[in-house]
Design a protein around this ligand. Structure first.
Ligand code: PMP
Length: 736
C-alpha cells in the first residue's frame, strides 16, 4: 500500500482501495482513487525497457484515434510525464480502467464474433507498417515469428503424448508457415488477443487492452492467436472461425497464402502457450495467469488434431469470398488408371484422396478427417514429428550403405536386438517385409539341405516370387491355385483341436523333409486369428525335435502392438530361429529386418557377399532407432495394452447385443470382429464406418472379419467413437 501511495502522489490522488491483478513483467493494481475513479497502476522494475513502454503508449494512442473501440489511456502525472518515477529506480504507469468485463464463453454469439472480427480487421488495416523501432526490433518469446525461441521449453512438458502433439505443430509451423512468412503482410500487432484482453459490455465488444506483447509480425498470426483463444472457450470451430472471419473480411483482406497458414498458426500458438505454462510450472512460477489456459489448451490441441487443415482453408476462403481451390480428383484417378495395372487396387467403393495426416487422423482433400483404425504401419502415428525431423536431418547428412562404417548402424542393431529374445544375436537389414521373408528363406537354404516349407493357411509373407509361393492368402486367391510341391500347408486351427492334431500328424509324417515352418503369431490376412498357444507350442516342439527352423513373421504384430509383449510370439513362449520384421519398424519409412541366431548367421556366410543397396543405410537406421525410442518414451506398448483391453471389452458388449458378431478377438491394438453367418455384413460395416469417417478393412477367407490395427496413439475416446458408429451401422443394417 505504501508503495502504491508513493507512486500515486505524483498524480495528485491517493488510494481508497486496491486489488492486485495477475500479469507478466509488471506489478498490476486495480485502484480506486480518492477522486472516486478506477485506475490501473502498473509498477515496473528498473530493468524494464522504458523506451519500449513509451512506444506501447504511443501505439495505443495511435489506434485510439483510428479505430472505433476503447483502449486504455495512460495518464500523465503532475509533471506531464507518462511514466512516474518511484523508489529504487522503479517506475510506474497509471491508466484509466475500462468499464466492462473480460470476454467469456457466454458472450460468443454471432454478433459479438462478427464485431470482434471486424475490430481486428480495422486494427490490422490501420496498423503501422513502419516506425515504432523499439517494438519492431524487440525479441519476444511469445512472437510466433521467433518460434525457435521456445524450442528449449518443449522438454518441460511432462506428458509425452502432449509433447508429441506440441512438437508436431511446432514442426508444421516451422516447415509450412515460416518459409512463406516473407510473403505475409506484417505490421505492429497486438499479439495477445486473448479473452482477458477483450472487454465486453452487454455482450458487445467495447475495448481492447494490454498492448504489452505488441510486436512487428504477420497480421495473420494476430488473427490466428485471437481464434486460438476463442476456440479454447468454444471448440465449435466452424461457427467461431467463420463468424470472426466474416467480420474481419468487411474491413481488411488476406492473400490465399496467408489464409493457408491459419490452421498451423492456431496449432503453433497453442503449442507456444503449453510450452510457456510447462516452463513456468517447472520453474515454480506457477501463477494462474501463466498456467491458466493450460487445460483448455491441452484439450483444444488434441481436438485440433481431428480438424482437417483443408477444412480451415475452405472456411477461410469462403469468408473472404474467394473461390475454394478445386481438387482434380477425377483427373488423378484417370491418370492412375492409365499408368498402372488395374490390380493395383484402392480401398472402398469410392476411394479416398488424401491430403495429409497426423497421428491417428488422416485428412482428405475435401476437408474431412478420418479416424484411422486400420493402418498399422505408422505405429507411433502418422507424420510423427520426431520421425519427420530425423529423416530430414539425416538425409542432409549422410546416405550411404553398409560397405562403410557409420556409428548408427551398430547402435540401432544393438538397440533392436536388446528388445528381442536373447538367442537372437545377429541381424540383417532390408527394405520391406517381403525382402525380409525372401532373405529368411535364403538363410534357411544355407543351413539345411531339406527342402520343404510349412506354411499356415491364409498366411501372407510378401510380394516377391518366394513370398507369394509361401503365402496361402495370395495363392488361394487365384482361380487355379496350386502350390509348388515343396510347400506343406497346415490349418490355422483356431479353436479347433482336431485340425491342429491332424496338422501335427501331417508334419510328423514328413519330418525328415521339412526345412522350416513360417508362422504369423496372429494371422492378419486370416482375419486377425491368434495362433492357439498350445498349437503354436506343439509346432515349436516339433521344430526343436527334428531340427526344423522356425520363422516367426512379426511384420504385422511386432513392436509392442499386441500390448502384453513387445513381440507377439512371446505370448506363447516360443523360441524361434528367425524373426522377420517390417512395416511399423520405420513408421512408414521402408525398412525391414531378419533376426537370427549365431548358428544361422555362420551358415549364411557361405562365401557369397550379402549386400543390400538400401538395407541398413544410415537414414533408415536413425528412423528405426527413433521408432523404438518413441515407443519407449510415450509408453506406447502399455497404451496398446490398456486401450486394446478397453476396446475388446467394448466390442464384446456390442457382440452381446448383435448376434451376427460371431467372434471378437486379438490382443492389444490388433483386433478383429468376425461376422461368420453373414459375411456381407463385414463389407457393409467397413463402408458404413468409412461413410462416418473411420478407416477399417476386411479380411479372412470370406472377408468376414473387420480388421482393427491403428496407430498406438489411438485413445479411448477414439475407441468410443468407433464403437458408437459400429453400433449404429449394425442397427441400420438390421433395419433394412
Ligand atoms: N509379412 C506379413 C505378415 C505382412 O503382413 C506383410 C505385408 N502385408 C509382409 C510380410 C510383406 O511386407 P511388405 O509389404 O513390406 O513387403
Amino acid at each position: 500500500m505504501k508503495l502504491i501511495e508513493t507512486f500515486l502522489e505524483d498524480y495528485g490522488i491517493s488510494c481508497n482501495s486496491y486489488k492486485k491483478l495477475e500479469g507478466y513483467g509488471s506489478l498490476n493494481y486495480k485502484i480506486e482513487g480518492s477522486d472516486g475513479q478506477i485506475y490501473l497502476l502498473k509498477i515496473y522494475q528498473a530493468t524494464e525497457d522504458k523506451e519500449l513502454i513509451l512506444e506501447e503508449i504511443e501505439l495505443i494512442d495511435f489506434f485510439s484515434k483510428k479505430v472505433n473501440c476503447k483502449f486504455t489511456k495512460t495518464i500523465r502525472n503532475k509533471n506531464g510525464n507518462l511514466l512516474g518515477l518511484g523508489p529504487d529506480s522503479q517506475f510506474c504507469r497509471l491508466l484509466n480502467y475500462l468499464e466492462g468485463n473480460c470476454l467469456t464463453s457466454d458472450d460468443l454469439n454471432e454478433t459479438l464474433l462478427v464485431s470482434l472480427g471486424s475490430t481486428i480487421g480495422m486494427l490490422h488495416k490501420q496498423a503501422p507498417r513502419k516506425s515504432f523501432p523499439n517494438i519492431a526490433a524487440r525479441e519476444l518469446s511469445w512472437d510466433l515469428k521467433q518460434i525457435n525461441s521456445i524450442a528449449g521449453y518443449i522438454d518441460f512438458i511432462r506428458d509425452p503424448h502432449l509433447r508429441s502433439i506440441v512438437l508436431y505443430y511446432l514442426d508444421a509451423f516451422q516447415n509450412k508457415v515460416i518459409p512463406h512468412m516473407h510473403n505475409y503482410q506484417s505490421a505492429l500487432i497486438h499479439n495477445d488477443l486473448n479473452e482477458q484482453n477483450l472487454i465486453v459490455q452487454d455482450q458487445e465488444l467495447v475495448g481492447i487492452i494490454d498492448y504489452g506483447d505488441a510486436v512487428r509480425s504477420p497480421l495473420i498470426f494476430d488473427l490466428g492467436i485471437a481464434l486460438c483463444y476463442l476456440l479454447m472457450l468454444n471448440q465449435d470451430f466452424e461457427f467461431i472461425i467463420s463468424k470472426v472471419l466474416n467480420g474481419y473480411a468487411n474491413k481488411n483482406k488476406f492473400e490465399d497464402i496467408e489464409l493457408d497458414a491459419l490452421y498451423y498458426v492456431v496449432g503453433a500458438r497453442l503449442s507456444m502457450s503449453l510450452c510457456h505454462s510447462a516452463k513456468a510450472k517447472a520453474k515454480q512460477m506457477d501463477t494462474d495467469y501463466i498456467t491458466g489456459s493450460e487445460s483448455s489448451a491441452s484439450s483444444l490441441i488434441e481436438h485440433w488434431l481431428s480438424v482437417n487443415p483443408v477444412r480451415i482453408q475452405q472456411i477461410a476462403y469462403k469468408a473472404f469470398g474467394k473461390a475454394i481451390p478445386k481438387y482434380p480428383g477425377k483427373k488423378i484417378e484417370d491418370k492412375r488408371k492409365s499408368l498402372f495395372p488395374t490390380n493395383l487396387s484402392t480401398s472402398y467403393k469410392e476411394a479416398i484422396h488424401f491430403h495429409s495426416a497426423a497421428f491417428q487422423y488422416m485428412y482428405d482433400q475435401e476437408g474431412n478427417t478420418y479416424l484411422d483404425a486400420y493402418n498399422n504401419i505408422p505405429i507411433v502415428g502418422h507424420s510423427h514429428p520426431k520421425i519427420s525431423r530425423i529423416v530430414s536431418e539425416q538425409i542432409r547428412n549422410l546416405q550411404t550403405n553398409t560397405r562403410y562404417h557409420y556409428e548408427v548402424l551398430s547402435r540401432y542393431a544393438g538397440k533392436l536386438l536388446s528388445l528381442c529374445p536373447s538367442h537372437f544375436s545377429k541381424v540383417l537389414f532390408v527394405n520391406s517385409g517381403s525382402a525380409a521373408t525372401d532373405l529368411a528363406l535364403r538363410i534357411v537354404k544355407t543351413h539345411t539341405t531339406k527342402k520343404k516349407i510349412v506354411i499356415l493357411e491364409q498366411g501372407y509373407h510378401g510380394n516377391t516370387e518366394l513370398g507369394i509361393q509361401i503365402s496361402d492368402y495370395k495363392i488361394s486367391q487365384q482361380k487355379d491355385s496350386s502350390f509348388s510341391e515343396h510347400i506343406i500347408r497346415i490349418p490355422l486351427a483356431y479353436n479347433d483341436n482336431r485340425s491342429s492334431a491332424k496338422a501335427l500328424e501331417l508334419l510328423e509324417s514328413q519330418h525328415d523333409q521339412i526345412a522350416c515352418i513360417i508362422v504369423e503369431p496372429i494371422s492378419g490376412c486370416g482375419g486377425q486369428v491368434p495362433l492357439d498357444s498350445k498349437y503354436f507350442q506343439a509346432i515349436d516342439a516339433f521344430a526343436k525335435r527334428y531340427k526344423v527352423l522356425l520363422i516367426v513373421d512379426e511384420v504385422q504384430t511386432g513392436f509392442g502392438r499386441t500390448g502384453e509383449n513387445f513381440w507377439a510370439h512371446e505370448h506363447s513362449n516360443i523360441t524361434a530361429d528367425i524373426m522377420i520384421l517390417g512395416k511399423a519398424m520405420g513408421n512408414g519409412h521402408p525398412i525391414g529386418a531378419v533376426l537370427m541366431t549365431d548358428g544361422l548367421a555362420k551358415s549364411f556366410d557361405n562365401g557369397m557377399e550379402f549386400f543390400s543397396s538400401f538395407g541398413g543405410n544410415p537414414v533408415s537406421c536413425f528412423v528405426g532407432e527413433a521408432v523404438i525410442d518413441i515407443i519407449r518414451e510415450e509408453n506406447l506398448q502399455e497404451k496398446a495394452h490398456s486401450t486394446g483391453e478397453y476396446f475388446i471389452n467394448q466390442l464384446k458388449l456390442i457382440a452381446k447385443d448383435f448376434l451376427q458378431i460371431s467372434d471378437v478377438r486379438g490382443r492389444g491394438l490388433f483386433l478383429g470382429i468376425e461376422f461368420k453367418e453373414d459375411h456381407k455384413l463385414a463389407k457393409y460395416i467397413k463402408e458404413f464406418l468409412k461413410s462416418n469417417y473411420i478407416l477399417s478393412s476386411t479380411d479372412g477367407k470370406l472377408n468376414e472379419v473387420i480388421k482393427i490395427k491403428p496407430s498406438l496413439k489411438f485413445n479411448k475416446k477414439n475407441v468410443d467413437r468407433f464403437c458408437q458408429v459400429l453400433r449404429q451401422g449394425l442397427q441400420e443394417y438390421n433395419a433394412h
